[in-house]
Ligand binder design. Structure first.
Ligand code: UDX
Length: 447
């Protein structure tokens, strides 16, 4: 099948590559000339395991191609997938200008039936706006062509996006058109052969499903972080509590890991956008607002612990920081807890010696010549001359470090772990003081 994808960002590129991999003929369109030239040249603008080899072989096979030409993109296929960005506005609501611009382009160039599939995460009701924008463009041309609008949200995790696309838990399709539903069934047939994972519903419900899924996951995390903060004050161990509650299948073990807050391009943005949507229709989303405010505070928790340890005076202190990406297996630092920590530390007059296995370039891009930041080539180098160690991302290579050399290198034998990577007794044996998230023996525990 021929398929067009607008937007070669994270979602668009992964979707395009995976659809081409199973045999479809995909044309990816982007307005960013530089990006398209790089892609044509085989350079992938994002770090996602497995993506480069799929792009390479599908391009070679002639099933994946790139263009900046809108007219060519619209004419390429019946199926037009929108996967452009929806960055948050100043007030937290999603900015739809790129989505509606694509809708207008489709209306400008289409000559017969089109199915417009929205994959970008957009507020409930956007499908209607897409329909209106496209219709207005057709009216301007004096045409009465048929088209359908479909919501088909993505549920891809960064770092595992290829696997998530290839082996989806579910494929949500929101449409009132049987014709469009049939087309989508055909597109996704290769991913849906053994077990029917397609869930059809109306357009608004599909749009809300995406926000509800991410908000539910964010709620689980904020809930655990709240209990972790409580555990610290009560002298309980959140890791024991986690196992204790996760064993109930109604709760489950997934997504109940406490830590220094969730980040990334989805959770913070989607929780805020859904809360905003709620208030726009006169409903106060109390739970969503609480999820957001717990997470906001949680991102400052490591700083609070470090500051408390030094009696509130961090001036001139040097903190070794392991982990800058918002989670492992990505170089993405959007809304990362590491950024909150670094910014808090700089404000307090401390310096940061940072290392991340993938996000060094991204850190350089964001913070450039920021005073008080030293970028280190290895995790060992980050320790040299540092007072204490802090950890913000649970990369595999941080899981079993040489504790003896950590203890011998940092000036004060203290580790502030925002991801609960170690067992307190283990660090004890090396003479390291360990402050994690929600684990029994902490600074805040008062008998
Ligand atoms: C998320 C959703 O998982 C995905 O389905 C959706 O399509 C996009 O948003 P992603 O942003 O890539 O994916 O990251 P995810 O792996 O879900 O992690 C998000 C954040 O939550 C990370 O900062 C992570 O460290 C944090 N997290 C996750 C926790 O703090 N505790 C947990 O138990 C799980």
């Amino acid at each position: 099948m021929k398929i067009t994808i607008f937007g070669t960002g994270y979602v668009g590129l992964v979707t395009g590559a995976c659809l081409a991999d199973v045999g479809h003929h995909v044309l990816c369109m982007d307005v960013d000339q530089g990006k398209i030239e790089k892609l044509k040249d085989g350079q992938i603008p994002i770090y996602e395991p497995g993506l480069d080899s799929i792009v390479k072989h599908t391009v070679e096979a002639g099933r994946l191609s790139f263009t900046t030409n809108t007219e060519e993109a619209v004419k390429h296929s019946t199926l037009q997938i929108i996967a452009v960005g929806t960055p948050p506005d100043e007030d937290g609501s999603a900015d739809l200008q790129y989505v509606t611009a694509v809708a207008r382009s489709i209306g400008e160039y289409m000559e017969d039936y089109r199915v417009v599939v929205d994959k970008s995460t957009v507020p409930v009701g956007t499908g209607d706006k897409v329909r209106a924008a496209l219709r207005a463009q057709l009216d301007r041309r004096g045409l009465e062509l048929d088209f359908d609008v479909v919501s088909n949200p993505e549920f891809l995790k960064e770092g595992a996006a290829i696997n998530d696309f290839m082996k989806p838990d579910r494929i949500v399709v929101g449409t009132d058109s049987e014709r469009a539903a049939e087309l989508l069934r055909e597109v996704y047939y290769p991913f849906n052969r053994n077990h029917d994972r397609m869930i059809f519903m109306d357009l608004r419900s599909a749009e809300l499903t995406k926000y509800a899924a991410n908000s539910m996951l964010a709620t689980k995390i904020s809930f655990m972080n709240e209990i972790a903060n409580l555990a610290e004050r009560l002298g309980a161990d959140i890791e024991a509590v986690r196992r204790g509650i996760g064993s109930d299948p109604r709760i489950g073990y997934h997504f109940i890991y406490p830590g220094c807050g969730y980040g990334g391009s989805c959770f913070p943005k989607d929780v805020q956008a859904l809360a905003r949507t709620a208030s726009d229709c006169g409903y106060e989303a109390r739970l969503l607002n609480a999820v957001e405010s717990v997470n906001y505070a949680q991102k400052h928790v490591l700083f609070d612990k470090i500051s408390h340890y030094f009696g509130g005076d961090l001036n001139g202190k040097v903190v070794a920081l392991w982990g800058l990406a918002f989670k492992p297996n990505t170089d993405d630092m959007r809304e990362a807890s590491s950024r909150t920590l670094m910014e808090d530390l700089w404000k307090a007059g401390a310096r940061v010696q940072a290392f991340d296995p993938e996000a060094m370039e991204e850190t350089q891009r964001i913070y450039g010549d920021q005073e008080g930041l030293t970028l280190c080539g290895t995790k060992e180098q980050a320790l040299k001359g540092a007072d204490v160690l802090a950890i913000c991302t649970e990369w595999k290579e941080f899981r079993s470090p040489d504790f003896e050399s950590i203890a011998a290198t940092i000036r004060e034998p203290v580790v502030f772990d925002g991801r609960n990577l170690y067992e307190p007794e283990m660090l004890d044996r090396y003479g390291l003081i360990y402050y994690a998230i929600g684990r029994g023996r902490t600074q805040f525990h008062s008998e």
